[in-house]
Design a protein around this ligand. Structure first.
Ligand code: GDP
Length: 328
């Protein structure tokens, strides 16, 4: 079944479909890129190298926050605002849980029911991946495809729990952290490092009884970030409140992002940052490949078991064992 469907695949046609903004072609191409099947690798490379040549004036925005903070509701409202003012919006997700339990808590189409029916929006759930680092890499490649298909605003959603925020910040131009008022950072599971990465901190659910608390949280955060180290971008992070359900504060968030883009394009950080992100992904890809080649080797697997035993029995040290494994 897979073989026969693969034979029918016309890659040049698929690529021109993407470039003409055909959603079916775009979805199919992303599936090829996400595939673990070795047979899809060369098609995947062809697609990416054609798409990367397409001119794009995109803005890539990362959105993070703990589950329940309102990411999908925010994306729904924010994305709709953007399409209303003439943009084409793609929503991608990086979900670390999707590789663990094969279920995704992000990017689920049913969560964004308005946006999913919007012809100027494209929503893609998080890829499930078994590879180390694979999910982020695939999302990074999907961005390129979405841009070639004419989406000029790319929203990359992730759960604010740690490691994958670093990957997201290395693939976006602007990083937005959603928070709730009245709960400490520990309660929200947000690490200080993530706060330091944010170009804007948005206190969501600033509505009803929560307005006062949200404003208080906004002042506290505005004070706190004054002590954070200065950014290479020269940008001072903004703290804002919004209500995604009532569509309050959404326009101001877009205004701030636009202000950021103008400022960082004029001081050239925008372009320099994208260049250094490319270098990051080059090195990251090498690291991933080296790791998967190394740990995928049968010889290594066997020797590793042996060294584990020796280690358990205090007959070697972790460093001596590593030396032996690296020499194989
Ligand atoms: P996610 O897990 O971060 O994607 O959060 P969801 O978007 O699924 O939202 C979690 C819950 O918070 C849902 O019940 C939403 O209706 C609610 N919610 C989201 N945004 C707001 C908001 O601006 N105000 C209020 N009052 N509730 C909100």
């Amino acid at each position: 079944m897979r073989e026969s469907s693969k034979k029918r695949l016309n890659i040049p046609k698929l690529i021109s479909g993407i470039i003409n903004g055909n959603i079916v072609s775009l979805s199919k191409a992303i599936t090829i890129i996400e595939s673990d099947n070795i047979n899809d690798e060369s098609n995947s490379k062809k697609i990416i190298s054609s798409c990367i040549k397409e001119k794009s004036n995109s803005i890539r925005i990362g959105i993070t926050g703990v589950p329940g903070v309102g990411k999908s509701t925010f994306i729904e409202t924010f994305g709709t605002h953007l399409t209303n003012i003439g943009h084409k919006v793609a929503v991608l997700a990086i979900d670390p849980t999707s590789s663990i339990n094969h279920g995704s808590i992000l990017g689920d189409k049913t969560r964004m029911s308005t946006l999913v029916n919007n012809k100027n929006a494209f929503i893609r759930p998080s890829p499930a991946s078994t590879h180390y680092g694979g999910v982020a890499k695939r999302t990074r490649e999907s961005i390129i495809l979405c841009e070639a298909a004419g989406y000029n605003i790319i929203l990359v959603e992730t759960v604010g729990v740690g490691q994958n925020e670093i990957s997201v910040s290395e693939m976006v131009d602007f990083f937005l952290l959603l928070k709730l008022s009245g709960a400490g950072d520990e309660l929200q599971g947000i690490k200080r490092g993530i706060i330091e990465m944010a170009d804007a901190i948005i206190i969501n659910k600033a509505d009803g009884d929560n307005i006062e608390n949200s404003n208080k949280a906004k002042s506290e955060f505005s004070m706190a970030i004054k002590f954070y180290p200065k950014r290479k971008s020269n940008w001072t992070p903004k703290v804002m409140t919004c209500s995604s359900v009532n569509n309050k504060g959404i326009k101001s968030i877009w205004d701030v992002i636009s202000e950021y883009v103008t400022a960082t394009k004029s001081n050239n950080f925008f372009n320099e940052n994208r260049k250094s992100q490319n270098k990051y992904w080059l090195l990251q890809t090498i690291n991933d490949k080296l790791q998967s080649n190394f740990f995928g080797s049968e010889k290594i697997k066997k020797e590793l078991e042996k060294q584990y035993d020796l280690l358990d029995n205090k007959k070697t040290t972790p460093f001596a064992a590593a030396e032996i494994l690296l020499k194989i």
